[in-house]
Design a binder for this molecule. Structure first.
Ligand SMILES: C[S@@+](CC[C@H](N)C(=O)[O-])C[C@H]1O[C@@H](n2cnc3c(N)ncnc32)[C@H](O)[C@@H]1O
Ligand SMILES: [Zn+2]
Length: 282
């Protein structure tokens, strides 16, 4: 049974018998798109016509991620989750029951990478951007994907064992509501030197990222790690990297040309990986 709830009345959503979509007891209906995802973001909850990352940004992210420059990060995340599943099993539950939500999943890179290592995970992904969810669902037929906002998660209470939040927004009340007792929140945020050499092209005075992670009440930090390494993307991947970052709009034509022409540019990737647990004191 899926763990989605109705974005209109919060009742559980059941699969229709012909597998064409989901419906609740109040007969609110949500069709399954041909790529397999559901649109659980009602028009009245939309703040703009096309919320979230644009198709261009999603394509750029997909192109860059396909270059596997973020693979060490994906492996680290999978490793951490695997350790947590082992603990979960020690608590006499099966890994089959371990449910993960990739919040602001984008084109689904991390969910796919995790599932390759840990196929027994039951995986949900939501993003407010329709093009992102289309791409994620197309590439992963076993995951459950929905267009939805992190401010109003279309998920049942206490059904998620781990929320993965990679550079994406989350809402404190909603996290508390959907995560199981003693469930987990894994956040990835930029560490001080993330993309330093790229930022040098754009800013006169490059500053270290502030590493203060958003604190969600009800969740206490149980592990914090930093992962740092360098990559040497080719020109196409440097352009894709620029497009998928918030600095893209700051880069004028000259800056863009300079980045495109900077052969063999080594770029530092620098991440903070924080693991929080629900109901653990800070
Ligand atoms: C920087 S991207 C990260 C995507 C993905 N986690 C990754 O690392 O590849 C942030 C994502 O959050 C999504 N997003 C922004 N606001 C959101 C919201 N309120 N609810 C859900 N997703 C949101 C964007 O559409 C975008 O796909
Ligand atoms: Zn309903």
């Amino acid at each position: 049974m899926n763990k989605f709830n109705c974005p209109l009345c919060a009742n559980p959503l059941q699969e229709n018998t012909n597998n064409s979509g989901l419906s609740c007891t109040n007969n609110h209906q949500f069709d399954r798109a041909k790529q397999g995802y559901f649109n659980l973001l009602p028009v009245q909850h939309k703040k703009s016509k096309q919320p979230g990352d644009s198709k261009e940004m999603i394509n750029a992210r997909h192109d860059f991620l396909a270059g596997q420059h973020y693979q060490p990060l994906a492996e680290k995340i999978s490793q951490l989750i695997s350790q947590q599943i082992n603990k979960h099993q020690d608590d006499e539950k099966s890994s089959n029951n371990f449910t993960m939500l990739d919040i602001g999943c984008g084109e689904g890179y991390y969910s796919r990478a995790i599932k390759q290592q840990l196929p027994a995970i039951e995986q949900y992904g939501i993003d407010i951007s329709k093009p992102a969810v289309v791409m994620a669902a197309k590439a992963d037929k076993l995951g459950h994907y929905a267009v939805a906002s992190s401010d109003k998660l279309p998920l049942l209470d206490q059904c998620i064992d781990l929320v993965l939040k990679v550079y994406a927004p989350a809402n404190e009340q909603e996290l508390q509501r959907v995560v199981t007792d003693n469930g987990l929140l894994l956040t990835i945020t930029p560490a001080p030197r993330h993309l330093w050499q790229l930022r040098e092209f754009i800013y006169q005075d490059v500053r270290e990222h502030d590493t203060q992670d958003t604190q969600f009440s009800g969740f206490g930090l149980i592990d914090s790690q930093r992962l740092s390494y360098t990559v040497t993307p080719d020109s196409d991947h440097r352009m894709a990297l620029l497009q998928m970052t918030p600095f893209a709009w700051r880069a004028n034509e000259q800056v863009t040309a300079n980045i495109a022409g900077a052969c063999q540019l080594e770029i530092e990737l620098d991440f903070i990986i924080n693991l929080y647990q629900k109901n653990v004191e800070q």
